[in-house]
Design a protein. Sequence first.
Length: 202
Amino acid sequence: MKLKKLESYQDYYDAQNGRSGMKASQINLELIMNIFNLESEDKDINILDIGCRDATAVDFLHNKGFKNTYGFDIGERAKETWYNTYDKAFVDNYLTVSDVHEGIPYNKEFQLILSSHVIEHLFDAPKAIEHMYNHLTSGGFLFTQVPIQPEERFLNAKPHYYMFDSVDDYISLFDETKFKVVHKEEGFKAANPEATLILQKL
């Protein structure tokens, strides 16, 4: 695992606010439905998507009946995308702009937290992970994905602060006294290697 030095918060904010035009979430939603057996799950559970981008996952889960699904992303550009896509009431009630370094912007505990292609963009991942841990219910799950990338690509990727060379390298970021690994895999998505990790709060 390697970490770049944060030069300034504004550089971090600008990179995250503008990345890929707030394109669709990279979460494999069918995988989420299958792994967590959500078709038969209590629809009243709380779900959070951190770094929700255009809120595709939040909208998908709402349409599946999970009306307590929330999301947030950094930067006003995300908000512009939401208001151009969804009803105002949906955005106002279930989506907000926030930086995970500063905490989780909902006074709730969640049975499931989703974090796809977020952690590699952070400059203080342990701090953000602690916020996630504190907002999981006992026995709750964290579903997270990051790219596996060579050093040359990492050094040239301005919005990436963390580099992981394997799923086990990524696991080393999490405190084993707080999380139990229940699923891990490495694979290719759109020709790029990716680590998928599911952890359960102890």
